[in-house]
Write a protein that binds this ligand. Structure first.
Ligand SMILES: NC(=O)c1ccc[n+]([C@@H]2O[C@H](COP(=O)([O-])OP(=O)(O)OC[C@H]3O[C@@H](n4cnc5c(N)ncnc54)[C@H](OP(=O)(O)O)[C@@H]3O)[C@@H](O)[C@H]2O)c1
Length: 268
């Protein structure tokens, strides 16, 4: 389905994947509400876009006021919302028992609660239109629980469950739900400790441009669930039916990763 003339809310638009995605949506002829924490970051995304019919909304997605501003400013300017892409996120790496509880809370708030609440706020408008598309950016870690990414994995498991439940609830309504799960991507969401650990355990990384192409394909095709990368997509299936096999496969890697995780104890 062409994105030409569609109006899209894109969160995380100043981030590594979001910025690439914004460029593709712009090239496809969509108008965008670009959402992120930092106004400066949004300006950096805006200068990369050719179309000028875009709106920047610098807000904290974890606040109700921030989410209301996104909806209000978008409706005031464009009068409709065709697509919501929940892409903003954080990825704290560390030992769960030693993590600051505020970091755990923040991970759930940004990665799970904010997409749910923003979706809840846009749905009445999409229902009135009789059409719409919710796109949630998950992770391989939303299907395979990863040691030292426990809060992050939990948030993405939740996002996947939310996507599936809502898709079934909206069946036949004209509103589709797409869940896209990238494997690791070279962006600033991953700390230096993650990159050092990843090199040791030979984790596969994709470029954000490649991932944005695949997300764009999923959006245009109104796909259901898209898992990016092989063999990660195969491990997702194996983990669903025989998690013990994946426990064993990851045991050695988890030990190597532990020394990096113990050095990382992010605070809010
Ligand atoms: N990179 C990976 O390895 C990877 C793998 C699988 C899935 N993903 C998912 O892909 C999505 C995009 O990640 P990315 O790699 O592009 O990361 P990124 O470059 O860090 O972009 C994420 C953006 O979200 C923003 N953000 C964080 N908290 C926010 C809040 N409360 N309100 C508004 N904006 C907020 C960040 O702003 P600040 O930078 O100012 O905090 C950042 O600009 C995330 O959902 C992530 O979980 C990433």
């Amino acid at each position: 389905m062409s994105m030409n003339g569609k109006h899209v809310i894109l969160t995380g638009a100043a981030g590594g994947i979001g910025q690439q995605l914004a460029q593709r949506l712009d090239q496809a002829g969509a108008s965008l509400s670009l959402v992120d924490l930092s106004d400066e970051g949004l300006k950096q995304t805006s200068v990369l876009l050719n179309g000028n019919n875009h709106l920047g909304v610098a807000v904290d997605l974890t606040t109700e006021d921030g989410r209301s501003q996104i909806i209000q400013q978008t409706l005031d300017r464009y009068g409709r919302i065709d697509t919501l892409i929940n892409c903003a996120g954080i990825n704290p790496f560390g030992v769960f028992a030693e993590q600051d509880p505020a970091v755990i809370q923040k991970t759930l708030d940004i990665n799970l609660v904010a997409p749910m609440m923003l979706t809840h706020a846009v749905l009445p408008h999409m229902q009135q239109q009789g059409s719409g598309h919710i796109v949630n950016i998950g992770s391989t870690f939303g299907s395979i629980g990863f040691a030292w990414f426990t809060a992050y994995s939990t948030s993405k498991f939740g996002l996947r469950g939310f996507s599936q439940s809502l898709r079934r609830e909206l069946d036949g309504s004209g509103i589709d739900v797409t869940y896209v799960a990238p494997r690791a991507v070279k962006t600033a969401i991953n700390s230096q400790a993650v990159y050092e650990m990843a090199e040791k355990v030979k984790m596969n990384f994709d470029e954000p441009s490649v991932v944005a192409d695949k997300i764009m394909h999923a959006i245009e095709g109104h796909k259901r669930d898209v898992y990016i990368g092989f063999p990660e997509s195969l491990f997702v299936r194996i983990n669903a039916v025989a998690p013990g096999i994946v426990d064993n496969a990851l045991r050695k890697q988890n030990k190597v990763a532990q020394s990096h995780a113990t050095r990382e104890n992010p605070t809010t």
